[in-house]
Design a protein. Structure first.
Ligand SMILES: [Zn+2]
Length: 129
């Protein structure tokens, strides 16, 4: 079928895709959720919050703490911590596929962190556009 499905129970590759995008094996009827094998597998606080957290983590220029994220999204610090760890691990995996060819960069900072400043500072000579 070429959709990447392989049943964990019987290794059959044919499946039915359901309304909620879960997949049911044609042979043994084992059903797996759409989030299986992803970051979002069994998140306790819903996909919407999980997506927002990923967005925040990938666009914020400051480092985000689990306690801040917990308060912001109404989730316990421990739960956020676990999820953020998963996201960071997933981001790390991109090191296996370094960018190739011509790479377009919007802006970047040279020289690492500055003393007494959080994240990317906007009045610094270091920022290049
Ligand atoms: Zn099966």
């Amino acid at each position: 079928m070429g959709n990447g499905f392989q049943c964990v129970k019987c290794s059959h590759s044919g499946c039915q895709i359901r309304k909620d995008f879960s997949r049911t094996c044609n042979k043994c009827s084992h059903t797996e959720t759409a989030s299986k094998n992803t970051l979002f597998h069994k998140v306790k606080f819903g996909f919407r919050k999980a997506f927002f957290m990923c967005f925040e983590m990938s666009t914020s220029t400051k480092s985000l703490s689990a306690s801040y994220m917990g308060v912001r999204f109404g989730v316990t610090e421990k739960t956020v911590q676990l999820f953020m760890h998963k996201v960071r691990e997933a981001m790390k995996s991109s090191e296996n596929y370094p960018m190739d060819g011509t790479v377009h960069i919007d802006e970047f900072v040279i020289g690492g962190k500055e003393k007494g400043k959080e994240g990317r500072s906007y009045n610094s000579k270091k920022k290049r556009l």
